[in-house]
Design a protein around this ligand. Structure first.
Ligand SMILES: *Cc1c(COP(=O)(O)O)cnc(C)c1O
Length: 369
């Protein structure tokens, strides 16, 4: 109950007015709401295969009494070696989402323009708004591909940051080499390009490596990657930013909290990097499953956007919240899309083959119902 003597403290209006983050329903809540014990958790793009067994082995040696390394020295060294970079361009975050917040805090001033795409990843907008930015959005085309001419037009106006996830979350496609080259050529020197490659490990080999392409350009950029998706460490919270230059990395380091990455996350990420074979085998399985699920969706007369990720984005031609309730009544959690113009879309993660079959059976029933 509110204390009657209490006076209202003025709050930061940029923060108080933020839209909520559309987080996937967690398993405990889904159990309670559906009555099912066995939940098909297909809302958060987690890895149904778990993670490398080397991670559990490494965690067994952890001493929780000690503070974590604020500089993430061992992990940054491992990443520098993997990527062929000096570690002064790498900043590790409590999930790559923290690096989205850090880059906004490092670069934005109130009134700055931040551009992104719609549908897009909620935090690209939310963290920018929290720092007083004004958002401009470029819609994906009706065929659910990037609208390159419109993106180039926005870049001409020199926003302070342009956030783009490629592969796109929630839609799925990745930029091809020509599109990426055109974007790189259009970015003005005053714009920071933030390329969010959370699903990089799932992309087909012929598609460009954004970090490699940007590294040959004179642009200011940040490439974001994460251990949450392909490496299966979502619960431990660890992702990273690679910056165009050490100065930007120092500003992002100053913008984060000092002990942002806990000790378990650091140890686990190093162990995961030592077992890339586990990750690539899991990605291969998930991509094959994704194709099977996409084909089954097509056979129902629906279309899923083409995907270079571990999820599919599809138009169920009815209200996405109603679709979510339908799936939940069968113990299946999907993510209903809520952005304007896309309220009949859901995003579904590729899970285990049996969870995917449960989803497909429920989708068939929903389409016929
Ligand atoms: C999942 C995701 C992230 C956040 O990942 P964490 O490392 O778990 O914070 C960032 N960007 C996109 C596009 C994502 O899909």
């Amino acid at each position: 109950m509110t204390n009657p003597l209490h006076t209202e403290l003025p709050l930061n209006p940029h923060v108080v007015g933020l839209p909520p983050y559309n987080a996937g329903m967690n398993i405990a809540a889904a159990r309670q709401r559906s009555g099912f014990e066995d939940i098909a958790a297909l809302a958060s793009n987690e890895n149904p295969d778990g993670c490398s067994p080397k991670v559990a082995a490494a965690l067994a040696g952890l001493n929780p009494a000690r503070y974590s390394d604020p500089a993430c020295t061992a992990l940054r060294a491992a990443l520098g070696e993997k990527l062929g970079l000096t570690t002064d361009r790498i900043v590790v975050g409590n999930g790559s989402e923290e690096m989205i917040a850090a880059v906004c805090r490092a670069v934005l001033r109130p009134g700055a323009v931040v551009a992104t795409v719609c549908p897009g990843f909620g935090l690209h907008e939310i963290e920018a708004l929290a720092n007083g930015a004004v958002i401009e959005k470029v819609a994906m085309r009706a065929n659910l591909d990037f609208d390159i001419p419109e993106i180039l037009a926005v870049l001409e106006r020199a926003p302070t940051i342009f956030f783009l996830s490629s592969p796109s979350n929630p839609v799925g496609p990745a930029l091809d080499r020509d599109s990426l080259d055109r974007i790189v050529a259009a970015v003005r020197p005053e714009t920071l390009l933030v390329l969010d490659e959370a699903y990089f490990e799932f992309t087909d080999d012929e598609l460009p490596d954004g970090l490699a392409v940007l590294s040959t350009s004179p642009l200011s950029f940040v490439v974001l990657r994460t251990f949450s998706k392909a490496y299966g460490l979502a619960g431990l919270r660890v992702g990273y930013a690679v910056t165009s230059d050490a100065r930007l990395a120092r500003a992002m380091t100053a913008a984060k909290t000092p002990f942002n990455v806990n000790a378990a996350a650091q140890v686990a990420a190093v162990a995961a990097l030592q077992d890339e074979a586990w990750m690539t085998a899991s990605v291969t399985r998930l991509k094959a499953e994704r194709m099977r699920v996409a084909d089954a969706i097509t056979a129902m007369g629906l279309t899923a956007a083409r995907s270079q990720t571990n999820f599919l984005f599809l138009d169920v031609r009815r209200d996405s919240e109603a679709a979510m309730d339908h799936f939940l009544s069968g113990g299946i959690v999907v993510k209903p899309w809520k952005e304007k113009g896309f309220e009949s879309f859901i995003r579904v993660t590729i899970g285990t083959p049996s969870d995917n079959d449960r989803f497909l059976d429920a989708l068939r029933a929903f389409v016929m119902g």
